[in-house]
Design a protein around this ligand. Structure first.
Ligand code: R5P
Length: 302
């Protein structure tokens, strides 16, 4: 049996419940006058002996969502499920996945360890920034790659495109997406000054003259990475730039920045607790991959 526990404001909860015909367990939550959170499962007895899936995401309001998720997992665990799965498509803090400068924490590791110590047995996430993050989780973890779905969707807006990763770190997700869609791929060389945050790009020898380019990345935050890559690619003769990125945080003026850099379309996955409404933005449906993974988890008994 499968039970699903999630916040009603996150649309993925409903999708999972409907597609898996699972039992939804409601959550009552409130904030105490002093600002502390309170959560209570409405029918905890339904969870007993089931595979309990806590559906959450850690953006926006990362700290608040993290704490609420931990509280929920703790409550679920106390209801004696067979296993507790956390479906968290976006893991906040994942970019701080190592010590870049002396004195820093490894925030990403801390987050997944907190989830583990609250009682998560299986962590199911989407296109995590780097697999290093999941190595810190000592339960089982699954990283669902969706760049192939995003690029497939981007093909509706491009012809004979080449797939480009904005840096070597994004090459694996770009190559996966390109191979699945029979496309060529390459990457740009990016150098970031760790102290000032300034980014410089060195274009590689790629023939993009007159061709559409699909830029594949995991996160768009300020839009700086994609905007700079787009400008370089357009200067080097690209015809159109379509962006396929998994987590569209799109902070502040990010969309404007991308539009003025010449981006013609932005394809995103619905992994966050917020959706952007803009004529450049389209969302690709990734729920079938998540359903597939949840089915495997239930069948495997692990
Ligand atoms: C960096 O390594 C990530 O993969 C993204 O490229 C980066 O986080 C995007 O951030 P921004 O949109 O602020 O440039």
């Amino acid at each position: 049996m499968l039970t699903v526990i999630g916040y009603p404001d996150y649309s993925l909860t409903k999708i999972i419940v409907e597609k898996l015909q699972a039992t939804e367990v409601g959550v009552y939550d409130k904030v105490f006058p002093d600002g502390e959170f309170y959560v209570r499962l409405l029918e905890p007895e339904k969870i007993t002996s089931s595979v309990a899936v806590v559906v959450s995401t850690l953006y926006p309001e990362q700290e608040k969502r993290l704490l609420k998720t931990l509280l929920l997992v703790d409550a679920v665990k106390r209801s004696n499920p067979a296993r507790t799965v956390a479906l968290i498509p976006y893991l906040a803090y994942s970019r701080q996945d190592k010590v870049f400068l002396n004195g820093e924490p490894v925030s990403a590791c801390l987050i997944v360890r907190m989830l583990r110590s609250a009682g998560v047995d299986v962590l199911l996430t989407v296109d995590v920034h780097s697999l290093r993050v999941l190595e810190c989780f000592d339960g089982s973890s699954i990283n669902v790659m969706v760049s192939d779905i995003l690029v497939k969707h981007a093909l509706k807006h491009s012809s004979n495109p080449v797939v480009i990763a904005p840096d070597k770190g994004a090459l694996e997700r770009a190559s996966l997406a390109a191979k699945q869609n029979n496309l060529e791929y390459d990457y740009l060389i990016k150098q970031r000054d760790r102290v000032t945050g300034e980014v410089r790009y060195m274009p590689r020898e790629i023939n993009i003259e007159g061709r559409d380019v699909i830029i594949v990345d995991d996160i768009i935050s300020t839009g700086g990475t994609i905007a700079e890559s787009s400008k370089i690619l357009l200067r080097n003769g690209a015809r159109r730039i379509i962006v396929a990125a998994t987590h569209g945080l799109l902070v502040g003026e990010a969309v404007k920045k991308l539009e003025s850099a010449g981006v013609s379309k932005i394809i995103l996955a619905d992994t966050l607790g917020v959706k952007h409404d803009h004529h450049l933005i389209e969302y690709a449906d990734i729920s079938s991959k998540l359903i597939e993974e949840l089915n495997k988890i239930v069948l495997s008994g692990k």
